[in-house]
Ligand binder design. Structure first.
Ligand code: NAD
Ligand code: IMJ
Length: 256
């Protein structure tokens, strides 16, 4: 590829380790010439993400737990103080209580439901609100979703409901922010063995099932998701907003 993101600055939220989809996306953005800013969730992740940032050549590594409004405000103040503008923002964040991904969905507690929605769906709205003023003249917001938003996937449970809210929020944001030239899209990735997936029991059999039935007869690679994010962040994606781009080896089209 050749410098599709030259001259652009991208904020990437959701790197926890080198398996994170956000890490592959940041890596591809750097390859395409972008200046990349990373965030980490909490002190526990600071050292790891700073090391990964150094490896990637990230310009900055900043704190941002999306449940803490002050951290998002501080992040934006820091960027503003440096006269930084943003051309792309990648939201690659999800969380639900482990027990809500193992027990029957009907047992989901009010607090577990609210937590999953706060971290995995509302955060797209708060991140968009905070960063849109830094994208004067236009930009691209990208979030990560999963097929469980619209289909029943064993154990995905409350995360599926939160992803449905995320996808709808993505469309409402696209509807509003389009007037300022900001595009908002989601990438629906096929199952990939990241930390968020490794914790799921029998994840290997999910991967095998998909690889047998997907039109491409294989699983999805992080680099494929990252290249789709490059497209959406670049000027090649200028006509695309409010969309869900499936990067899943074609699995979502399969019926019987
Ligand atoms: P990951 O565990 O590497 O990434 C999840 C990230 O969410 C972590 O970096 C974590 O720190 C962050 N996060 C959680 N709570 C947070 C908070 N309060 N504040 C800030 N950050 C917080 O796993 P991943 O698979 O790379 O997940 C990234 C995104 O991709 C998620 O939205 C996930 O739903 C989505 N996705 C993953 C797959 C898959 O199979 N791995 C498939 C489709 C979509
Ligand atoms: C997650 C749960 C159940 C089935 C699943 C997944 N399948 C896939 C995932 C089939 C692909 C991964 N995924 C798409 C996610 O969005 C994962 C989110 C997630 C994972 C965990 C595990 C550890 C934990 N909380 C989590 N919160 C969200 O404690």
């Amino acid at each position: 590829m050749s410098n599709l993101l030259e001259g652009k600055t991208a904020l990437v939220l959701g790197v926890a380790n080198k398996w994170s989809l956000a890490y592959s996306i940041a890596d591809a953005f750097r390859r395409e010439g972008a200046r990349v800013l990373l965030t980490y969730q909490g002190e526990r992740q600071q050292a790891t993400v700073e090391a990964l940032g150094a490896e990637l050549g990230a310009a900055r590594v900043l704190a941002c737990d999306v449940t803490q409004d002050q951290e998002l405000e501080r992040l934006v103040e820091t960027l503003r103080a440096e006269d930084d503008r943003l051309d792309a923002v990648v939201h690659s964040i999800a969380f639900a209580n482990k027990e809500d991904l193992t027990r029957p969905f009907v047992e989901t507690s009010r607090s577990g439901f609210l937590l999953a929605h706060e971290v995995s769906a509302y955060s797209l709205v708060s991140v968009a609100r905070a960063t849109a003023p830094l994208m004067a003249g236009g930009g691209s917001i990208i979030t990560l979703t999963y097929l469980g938003a619209t289909r029943v996937i064993t154990n995905y449970n409350v995360m599926g409901v939160a992803k449905a809210a995320l996808e709808s929020a993505m469309r409402y944001l696209a509807g509003e922010l389009g007037a300022t030239g900001i595009r908002v899209n989601a990438i629906s990735a096929g199952p990939i063995k990241t930390a968020s997936a490794r914790a799921i029991k029998e994840f290997s059999s999910v991967l095998d099932f998909v690889a047998q039935r997907a039109p491409l007869r294989r699983n999805t690679e992080p680099a494929e998701v990252a290249d789709a994010a490059v497209f959406l962040a670049s000027d090649l994606g200028r006509g695309v907003t409010g969309n869900i781009l499936f990067v899943d080896a074609g699995f979502q089209i399969v019926g019987l």
